[in-house]
Design a protein around this ligand. Structure first.
Ligand SMILES: *Cc1c(COP(=O)(O)O)cnc(C)c1O
Length: 426
């Protein structure tokens, strides 16, 4: 039977605990698992039998979360990791090698821009930043050393919507996987795999957990990419020396990427999600659709109110008729444009700083996707490492604040913005 989203967000991957009948998924707070006998241990290490060895690799609580997110995204498998940033490295790791590059959107979470423009160079990898509304520029940026294309579905901080179908076609034509960071949209609003994405990554820190309690990440595999179609992905298609010559694609078929992520990625990079965090995220996901509906309704109301206000120069919310992305929302995020947008203040930098300091209900934090309404001045915080050109391209100029609308009463959110704008603009 094919269940709907609201049912799957509660039940997918979970079953009553076989040992105790516990209805909720227990937190398996254990490092290791007893082997039945020496033969069993060898079979597990050979990946001939699926089971639990050591919690850096797999853990029953984390496994439930992996199956839950994979199901909600329409993927065949998922690997959880310790943060969204860990998930990005875990997604690229099987694909990249020294000298290889990834073509990425200029509109990304600030931390991702830094990770891609500086830190990955330590591995000999590089990123080519392109405006993803310019399809010809993406095509021109792809070269013989490109191994992936990376973008966000709803792009942070502006809430811009990426034309995933068009980008996926380009990646496909070049024989490359498309990786979509679906953090800001969640699978409730957008299912990138249906638009042609190969891999979906999340910071589960945000909407999936939904209440600002944990850091976590996940890589979901569509299972649809043919890793053996070219010689570009030898770690998946050829004998892998790090796993005694195992050919992952030949052995595991559509689950090759997921097995590689556990057997090599988690084993050797160790960016593992702990079972306690997985428990909090599982609890959060149970109410994902309810929260996302309210986030979208609230964001729509607040964005409409702000746009009419004399103290505001512009609001980027894609749910607004004035947004260049308004039509694209209907195909990419048919249930709503999310809870994230930026606001440009007529009073410039000074007004932004005063606004942030004058809000009472809003929290001034470097986070998004919380039940609480949050605000940040990106240019002086999360996007601080960026050059002025990168700031402009990312939609995070000095006169811009990023708002993540919570699920409080919309009237209260608006009242708080009203009083703070009054103080900020004198
Ligand atoms: C927060 C965030 C990340 C990074 O996730 P962490 O869990 O903080 O490591 C990546 N992408 C997007 C869109 C984010 O919002």
């Amino acid at each position: 039977m094919a269940y709907g989203f609201d049912t799957l967000q509660i039940h997918a991957g979970a079953r009553p605990d076989p040992a105790t009948g516990a209805r909720n998924t227990p937190i398996y707070q254990t490092t290791a698992y007893v082997f039945r006998d020496a033969e069993h241990a060898a079979a597990l290490f050979n990946l001939q039998e699926v089971g639990y060895i050591y919690s850096r690799l797999t853990n029953p609580t984390v496994s439930v979360l992996q199956e839950r997110v994979a199901t909600l995204e329409g993927g065949v498998g998922a690997v959880c990791c310790s943060s969204g940033h860990a998930a990005q490295i875990m997604a690229l790791f099987p694909l990249m090698a020294p000298g290889r590059n990834v073509v990425v959107s200029t509109r990304l979470y600030g931390g991702s821009i830094t990770q891609f423009s500086h830190t990955i160079q330590r591995f000999g990898w590089s990123a080519k930043f392109v405006d993803f509304d310019d399809l010809a520029a993406i095509e021109a940026a792809i070269d013989d050393d490109t191994r992936a294309v990376f973008c966000e579905s709803i792009a942070n901080p502006g809430g811009y919507i990426t034309d995933l179908g068009a980008v996926a076609k380009l990646a496909d034509k070049a024989g490359l996987p498309l990786i979509v960071d679906n953090t800001s949209a969640t699978p409730y609003l957008c299912r990138p795999i249906e638009h042609g994405a190969t891999l979906v990554v999340h910071s589960m820190t945000k909407y999936l957990t939904g209440n600002g309690t944990v850091t976590g990440g996940v890589v979901v595999d569509s299972g649809k990419f043919n890793w053996s179609a070219s010689d570009k992905f030898p770690s998946l298609s050829e004998p892998e020396p790090a796993y005694h010559g195992l050919k992952f694609h030949e052995t595991f078929g559509p689950l090759a990427f997921t097995f590689h992520g556990i057997a090599i990625g988690l084993r050797d990079l160790g960016m593992t999600l702990n079972p306690q965090a997985a428990h909090y995220t599982l609890m959060g996901i149970e109410t994902l659709s309810l929260r996302m509906r309210k986030h979208c309704d609230n964001a729509q109301r607040v964005a409409e109110w702000l746009e009419k206000d004399q103290r505001i120069e512009a609001v980027t919310y894609a749910g607004l008729k004035s947004s260049p992305y308004h039509d694209r929302v209907k195909t990419i995020c048919p249930k709503g444009a999310g809870g994230l947008f930026t606001v440009t203040l007529k009073g410039g930098y000074d007004a932004c700083i005063k606004l942030v300091d004058s809000l009472e209900l809003f929290s001034h934090v470097a986070n998004l996707g919380d039940t609480r309404s949050l605000i940040i001045h990106s240019a002086s915080t999360t996007h601080r490492q960026l050059t002025p050109e990168q700031l402009e391209a990312a939609g995070a100029g000095a006169n811009v604040v990023r708002i993540s609308i919570g699920i409080e009463d919309a009237d209260d959110i608006i009242a708080d913005l009203d009083q703070a704008l009054a103080r900020a603009t004198g």
